[in-house]
Design a protein around this ligand. Structure first.
Ligand code: NAI
Length: 696
C-alpha cells in the first residue's frame, strides 16, 4: 500500500504525500517517498521534483499510531528519507500548505528549495513531548534562519505562520495561491536558470555573537524550565550547529534525542499526548452516534461557576440565557463577566468590539420562560439537593423535549437529580472547574440512564468550547474530587503527625512539581466548602462531628484568601501565603488534644503519602468502572488540579515508580497504629503490582 501519489507535470515529478488526516510519517509513507524519489531519479525525462501534501497538511510529523511499535524504527527511517532528498542530483522543491510540523518540517528541510502558503503552520513541537527534533531539525534550521530564530522555534515548540520567515533561506517563495502550481513553477525556473542546489547541510551558521547569544539562551531557558531536561537540551543541540560539522552535529543530535526518549519526562508527555486522543472515545458509544444540535444554551445561577460557564459559550459564539433568582445577583454576575472580558482587552487579547459581541450574546432573565427553546441547560445553583430538586422539576416543565438538562454539581448524585424529571435520559453532569472560563477540564458525568447521544453531544460540545472532557460515572465527588478527599486527608495527616502546612506545600511543589500545594489550594478555593461538606456528611450519618484542624480554622472565621486568612495569612490585596503562628498554635493544640507527639516528616514521605493516596483511590475508581482508563484519571489531574504534565498524572507517576513499590509503601502506611483503612492497597493495584503490570 503506497502512501504517495506520483504524477508528471511537464518535466517535473510531483510526489504527493497521501496519508490522511495529516500525513503522519509512518513506514508506508516513508517508503512511498523513497520509491517515488527513485522513480523520478531514474526517469531521464524528469528534471525536477516537487514534494507536496494536501491543503490541510504537508505533514504533521511522526505517525502517532506507530509510537512504541517496531514500525517506528524500521527503515527507511526519517533521517534516511531526508538525506535521500537532500542528496538528490535533481532539484527537490517542497510545496507546503497547512500543517508542517515536527518531522514534517524536518522533511521539508531536506528539500533544496521550499515554497509555502503564507499561512502554512510551521513548528518543531518536539519539546512539548520532552524531546528535541531528532531528524536534523536542530542542525538544518539554524543554517537557514540563524541561531536566534531557530532557537526560539525549537525551545518554545510554538506554531507560527510561514510568512514570519519571509526573507530567510527557509522559504524561497511564499504564495496565497495554489502551492503546487507555485512549486512546479519554481522548479521549472530553477531548472531553466540552472540554479545551484541549496543544501542546508552545506550552509554555515554565520553569527559573530553566537557564543554570547547562546549563553543568554542557556540562562533564560534554565530559569524557566523548572529543572525539566528537554528545553535545555534544545539549546545544547542548536548550539552544535554553530560549533560542529554538519555530520558531527547530526550524530550528536541523535544521541541527545535518544537520551531524552528514555527520560520519565518524555514518557510522561508522550503519555499525555496519546491520553488526550484516547479520552474522546467512550467504549460503548459509537463514534458516529448522531448528535443533538446545540445552538442556544441556558445557564442557571450567575455566581462563581455560572458566570465562568457562560463565558465558555459566549467565546464560542453560542448565545446564553442566564437565569438568576434576584436582579441584584444577575447584575453582579453579568458585571463580573464584563470585567473579565475587559481585563482580557487590557492585556490585548480581545478587541473592544469583540467584548461587545460576546456580551450581546447574553440574555439575562429572572424567569424560566426564557428557557423554553434552549437546547442545553447547565445548572450552577447552590450545592444543596433541595435547591437542585426545585430547579430540575421546573426545567422538566419548561424545557422543550430533547433539551439536555445538565448539573454542574461537584458531589451530589446525578442519578438522584435525574429522578426529579420525567426524562432522566436527558440528564447529565457537566462538572466544570474553577475558574470555569480558564480551566481545561470538564468531567462529563454519566448517569445510569443518560442517553448515549446526550453523552456524545456533550463530548462534542466540550471540544467546541476547548475543554478536555473526561467521562466519569456517578459517585461522591466523581473522579477528581473523590480522589482529592484522600489526598486532602493525607496532607492533613502529615500536619497532624509533625509537618507544617508550608512544608507540605513546598515538598509537593518543588519535588513533585505541583503548581500549588494542598494548603495553598485550600485557601484559594475556600475552606468553608469542605467544612460544610463534613458537617453535612456527619449529619447524614447521624454522628457528632469530631473537628479536624481545618474545622478549627473555619470556626475561627479563617476561610482562606477571601477572609484574609486560612492555613496562611494574606496581606490586604495580596495572594502570597504567609505562614501564620495562629495556625501553628491550632495544630499544636490539636496534637496535644489527640495525644500526638510530633515527629520529623521528610519531603519524600510527603510526596509518597499525598500522591499514593490519589493513586490508591484512582485504582478503586478504575476497578468500579467510574473511569474507563487510567489515562483518563491522569488527564483529570493534569487539567483540573494543576499537576505537571512532565509527571504524566498520578497514575503514570505510579507506573514510573513501579506499582510494587507503591504497594509496599501503602502497606507500611496501613500498618501504622490507628491508620485509616483507606491506606490498604486497592485490590486492582495489588493485583497489577503482583503481576508486574502497570496502569497505563
Ligand atoms: P455561588 O454561590 O457562587 O453561585 C450560585 C448562584 O446560584 C448564586 O448567584 C445564587 O444566587 C444562584 N442561585 C441559587 N439558587 C438559585 C435558583 N433556584 N435559581 C437561580 N439561581 C439560583 O456557587 P458556585 O461556586 O458557583 O457553585 C455553583 C455550583 O457549582 C454548585 O453546585 C457547586 O458545587 C458547583 N461547583 C463549584 C465549584 C467551585 O469551585 N466553586 C467547582 C465546580 C462545581
Amino acid at each position: 500500500m503506497s502512501s504517495t501519489r506520483y504524477e508528471l507535470r511537464g518535466h517535473t515529478a510531483v510526489i504527493t504525500l497521501d496519508n490522511p488526516p495529516i500525513n503522519g510519517l509512518g513506514l508506508a509513507l516513508r517508503t512511498g517517498i523513497i520509491d517515488s524519489l527513485d522513480q523520478a531519479l531514474a526517469d531521464p525525462a524528469v528534471k525536477a521534483i516537487v514534494l507536496t501534501g494536501t491543503a490541510r497538511a504537508f505533514s504533521g510529523g511522526a505517525d502517532v499510531k506507530e509510537f512504541g511499535t517496531p514500525k517506528a524504527g524500521m527503515e527507511p527511517r526519517l533521517p534516511v528519507v531526508i538525506s535521500a532528498l537532500e542528496n538528490s542530483p535533481k532539484p527537490v522543491v517542497a510545496a507546503i500548505a497547512g500543517v508542517c510540523m515536527g518531522g514534517g518540517l524536518e522533511l521539508a528541510l531536506g528539500a533544496h528549495f521550499r515554497v509555502a502558503k503564507r499561512d502554512a503552520q510551521i513548528a518543531l513541537p518536539e519539546v512539548k513531548l520532552g524531546l528535541i527534533p531528532g531528524a536534523g531539525g536542530t542542525q538544518r534550521l539554524p543554517r537557514l534562519v540563524g541561531l536566534e530564530a531557530a532557537m526560539n522555534l525549537i525551545v518554545s515548540g510554538a506554531i507560527v505562520k510561514a510568512q514570519q520567515f519571509e526573507g530567510t533561506a527557509l522559504f524561497d517563495a511564499l504564495t496565497d495561491g495554489d502551492v503546487v502550481e507555485a512549486g512546479v513553477a519554481f522548479a521549472e525556473q530553477a531548472v531553466a536558470e540552472g540554479k545551484p542546489l541549496k543544501r542546508a547541510r552545506d550552509l554555515k551558521v554565520k553569527d559573530p555573537q553566537a557564543e554570547a547569544w547562546l549563553q543568554f539562551a542557556r540562562n533564560t531557558v534554565a530559569a524557566t524550565a523548572k529543572g525539566w531536561p528537554a528545553p535545555l537540551k534544545c539549546v545544547e543541540a542548536v548550539a552544535l550547529s554553530a560549533s560542529k560539522s554538519f555530520d558531527e552535529g547530526l550524530r550528536l543530535e541523535r544521541d541527545i534525542f535518544l537520551g531524552l526518549m528514555a527520560t520519565t519526562e518524555s514518557r510522561a508527555l508522550r503519555h499525555v499526548f496519546t491520553a488526550e486522543r484516547a479520552a474522546a472515545k467512550i467504549p460503548d458509544v459509537a463514534d458516529d452516534t448522531p448528535l443533538r444540535t446545540i445552538t442556544k444554551v441556558g445557564v442557571i445561577g450567575a455566581g462563581t461557576m455560572g458566570g465562568g460557564i457562560t463565558m465558555n459559550f459566549l467565546n464560542a459564539g453560542i448565545p446564553v440565557v442566564l437565569l438568576e433568582m434576584k436582579q441584584e445577583a444577575l447584575d453582579r454576575g453579568i458585571a463580573t463577566i464584563r470585567k473579565n472580558y475587559e481585563n482580557s482587552m487590557k492585556k490585548g487579547k480581545l478587541k473592544a468590539e469583540q467584548v461587545e459581541q460576546r456580551m450581546a450574546l447574553i440574555t439575562p432573565t429572572l424567569g424560566y420562560e426564557g428557557l423554553a427553546d434552549v437546547d442545553l441547560v447547565i445548572e450552577a445553583v447552590f450545592e444543596e439537593m433541595g435547591v437542585k430538586e426545585k430547579v430540575f422539576r421546573t426545567l422538566d416543565e419548561v424545557c422543550k423535549p430533547g433539551a439536555i438538562l445538565a448539573s454542574n454539581t461537584s458531589y451530589l448524585n446525578v442519578d438522584k437529580i435525574a429522578q426529579f424529571t420525567q426524562r432522566p435520559q436527558d440528564v447529565i453532569g457537566l462538572h466544570f472547574f474553577s475558574p470555569a472560563n480558564v480551566m481545561r477540564l470538564l468531567e462529563v458525568v454519566r448517569g445510569k440512564e443518560t442517553a448515549k447521544d446526550v453523552l456524545a453531544t456533550s463530548m462534542a460540545l466540550a471540544k467546541k468550547i476547548k475543554k478536555v472532557a473526561i467521562v466519569s460515572g456517578v459517585c461522591d465527588g466523581f473522579i477528581g474530587n473523590r480522589m482529592l478527599a484522600r489526598y486532602g486527608a493525607a496532607a492533613q495527616g502529615l500536619v497532624n503527625a509533625g509537618a507544617l502546612p508550608q512544608q507540605v506545600d513546598k515538598a509537593l511543589q518543588s519535588v513533585y512539581g505541583l503548581a500549588m500545594g494542598p494548603f495553598r489550594m485550600g485557601d484559594l478555593a475556600g475552606l468553608d466548602i469542605g467544612w460544610a461538606t463534613r458537617k453535612r456528611k456527619a449529619a447524614e450519618a447521624g454522628v457528632e462531628m469530631t473537628p479536624i484542624v481545618a474545622d478549627k480554622l473555619c470556626e475561627a472565621g479563617r476561610y482562606g484568601q477571601k477572609t484574609g486568612a486560612g492555613w496562611y495569612r494574606y496581606e490586604a490585596g495580596k495572594r502570597d501565603p504567609i505562614p501564620d503562628p495562629v495556625t501553628e498554635a491550632l495544630i499544636t493544640e490539636y496534637r496535644a488534644a489527640n495525644g500526638i507527639t510530633p515527629r520529623k516528616v521528610s519531603d519524600d514521605e510527603i510526596v509518597e503519602r499525598c500522591i499514593y493516596a490519589l493513586v490508591n483511590e484512582g485504582a478503586r475508581i478504575l476497578e468500579e468502572g467510574i473511569a474507563a482508563r487510567a489515562s483518563d484519571i491522569d488527564l483529570v489531574y493534569l487539567n483540573g488540579y494543576g499537576h505537571p504534565a512532565q509527571r504524566g498524572g498520578p497514575m503514570l507517576f505510579a507506573d514510573t515508580v513501579g506499582l510494587a513499590n507503591v504497594v509496599r509503601a501503602l502497606k507500611r502506611f496501613a500498618a501504622e497504629p490507628g491508620a485509616d483503612p483507606s491506606w490498604q492497597p486497592a485490590p486492582l493495584l495489588a493485583k497489577l503490582a503482583a503481576e508486574g503490570k502497570t496502569f497505563n
